[in-house]
Design a protein around this ligand. Sequence first.
Ligand SMILES: [Zn+2]
Length: 71
Amino acid sequence: MNHCAPSLCPACGARNDCALADPASADRACWCYSVSIDPQVLRALPEALRNKACLCPRCAQVLDQLPTQNR
Ligand SMILES: [Zn+2]
């Protein structure tokens, strides 16, 4: 059974690299602030998974919007 793990993608369980989930980087803006996630991607998520934790960049389908040093 999984308990709440905000640093993991709720869709695939991979690390989402959310800056806010890690105290060491919580003062930095998360990568998700600089990308625009297609609303359709969010709508495709089950309601229970939304707003629980960040998606990983792959599931959010924003890999091509991220600077290369973040990959
Ligand atoms: Zn994912």
